[in-house]
Design a protein around this ligand. Structure first.
Ligand SMILES: [Zn+2]
Length: 116
């Protein structure tokens, strides 16, 4: 599954950050997922615990912020928040500029360091 490899990548990034804080674990993760990122938020939520299993990220809360698409056509100037193909719905141009909607990134995360 596509989302699983993305979740694994996120876990890897988080584990990398944790290297600076020994004995710490991740409590919660906030990720931004654009409507045009090609990632299904529900699938990501579903597979995240599997990717986190056995790592300090295990048991953390995944908070997904979906980002609406905002795209501007550089040829005709049309701006839209609805896009299903990488083409301008008005003039058919591929010359599109995404202001938002393609995000797929960890926005922030909380670390718990009080393990005794
Ligand atoms: Zn256009």
């Amino acid at each position: 599954m596509h989302e699983l490899s993305i979740a694994e990548e996120m876990v890897e990034i988080l584990v990398g950050h944790l290297a600076d804080y020994s004995g710490s674990s991740v409590e919660s993760v906030v990720v931004a997922v654009g409507d045009y990122s090609g990632v299904d938020p529900e699938s990501l939520r579903l597979v995240f615990p599997f990717a986190a299993e056995g790592t300090p990220v295990e048991g953390s809360e995944l908070i997904i912020n979906t980002i609406r698409v905002s795209v501007k056509c550089l040829d005709c100037g049309e701006r839209t928040d609805k896009i299903s193909t990488p083409l301008c719905s008005t003039c058919g141009s591929r010359n599109l500029e995404f202001d938002s909607g393609r995000e797929l990134e960890i926005t922030s995360f909380d670390i718990s360091t009080d393990k005794k």
